[in-house]
Design a protein around this ligand. Structure first.
Ligand SMILES: Cc1cc2nc3c(=O)[nH]c(=O)nc-3n(C[C@H](O)[C@H](O)[C@H](O)COP(=O)(O)OP(=O)(O)OC[C@H]3O[C@@H](n4cnc5c(N)ncnc54)[C@H](O)[C@@H]3O)c2cc1C
Length: 325
């Protein structure tokens, strides 16, 4: 019988896990509840405006990520943004998506079997086969499962499916917590006052980070700035109106915006960054044929999530379970 791997999540971890499996001749499918691929590598389009509103850039620090990034660069998908070696907390080269960070996910998806708007809401594991039931009542089956959603979401799915107790490393996985996030996407009438290279990290106050998307190279008819809130502010204003939380963030960023704000809207992130990621690249429970990968491991960044997906796939490949399938 044809054997395959099922992957939950079409963020960078899930997509690179799937590509790595396919390259080794193992068939797989990816299910994601979102409308498009990329997860937190998200680019928002609104008329003539464009913002990266989740991940702004990614680093290349691990040589295992190098060949992947070189290929993306060769294809024109990514470009170097800036290098701040030696600046506190900002070491190494930053890469951005040439036309927004989400275009990387759009590219990867093209050669994969990805089902969007497909939320997995129940799992069964019977006779060594995984059954993934979606909220719309569809059922997918696979021989091995990879969960790449933020770990608390994966654990919650296992718990509600009655499968958590059988999981090795369950307590460790269950200990991972995430910060909430809040982005305010701003349109300016003129140029921003954010100095080159077009981003700023702030330590005090309610803004953690801001970026001028046009200075990152995203094309737009107007200056589009992304403001990201400190986690405490995101939590406090989780249910505030955009008119309140967005205005507070704009006021706090006023000195750097430099031009009149003509429009703004906010985006909430239920799982922005892992507070206490696991110090491993991924976890596989061979007895239950399930792996966990994504940014709950390593540093909770694009680079470590990407590598986590690749390395989870490599462990499945090395298990020889799919030999001759
Ligand atoms: C505001 C913000 C700014 C950031 N800035 C940076 C940055 O500048 N640089 C950087 O390196 N990192 C940054 N990050 C972190 C980075 O975006 C993440 O670490 C990385 O994108 C995580 O990738 P992932 O594949 O692990 O998870 P995700 O991208 O979250 O993908 C998981 C996917 O699982 C899907 N899913 C969840 N549950 C289900 C279900 N039941 N059924 C089906 N699908 C499901 C989700 O829809 C999602 O698409 C930022 C994050 C945020 C929120």
């Amino acid at each position: 019988m044809h054997r395959q791997v099922g992957i939950i999540g079409s963020g960078i971890a899930g997509l690179l896990c799937a590509s790595t499996l396919n390259e080794a001749g193992i068939s797989c499918f990816v299910l994601d509840k979102g409308r498009g691929p990329g997860g937190r590598m998200a680019t928002r389009y609104r008329g003539a405006f464009k913002w990266d509103h989740g991940a702004q850039y990614f680093t290349l620090q691990d040589e295992r990520f190098q060949s992947i990034v070189i290929e993306w660069e060769r294809l024109g998908l990514v470009q170097k943004w800036f290098d701040l070696k030696g600046v506190e907390g900002m070491g190494s080269t930053r890469y951005v998506g040439t036309d927004g960070i989400n275009s990387i996910a759009q590219y990867l998806k093209k050669s994969l079997e990805v089902f969007q708007e497909t939320r997995v809401d129940h799992l069964f594991y019977e006779n060594t086969i995984w059954h993934l039931e979606t909220e719309k009542g569809a059922r997918f089956t696979c021989d091995e499962l990879v969960c790449t959603q933020p770990i608390p979401q994966g654990i919650s799915l296992l718990k509600s499916s009655g499968l958590f107790e059988g999981l090795s490393d369950g307590a460790l996985l269950d200990s991972v917590r995430y910060e909430k996030g809040l982005s305010t996407l701003v349109v300016l009438a003129g140029a921003s006052a954010i100095a080159e290279p077009g981003c700023l990290r702030l330590k005090d106050g309610i803004i953690a980070w801001m970026a001028d998307n046009s200075k990152k190279g995203l094309t737009s008819e107007h200056t589009c700035v992304t403001l990201q809130a400190q986690p405490d502010f995101a939590k406090e204003h989780w249910n505030s109106l955009d008119a309140v939380r967005g205005s507070l963030m704009i006021e706090a960023a006023k000195a750097y915006l430099g031009s009149e704000v003509t429009d703004f809207h906010c985006h909430r992130w239920g799982y922005a960054f892992a507070k206490n990621p696991i110090k491993a690249t991924h976890i596989r429970d061979g007895a239950l044929a399930i792996s966990f990968a994504g940014d709950g491991f390593g540093k909770s960044r694009v680079e470590t999530a990407a590598l986590s997906g690749v390395l989870a796939a490599e462990e499945i490949i090395q298990s020889n379970k799919f030999l001759g399938s």
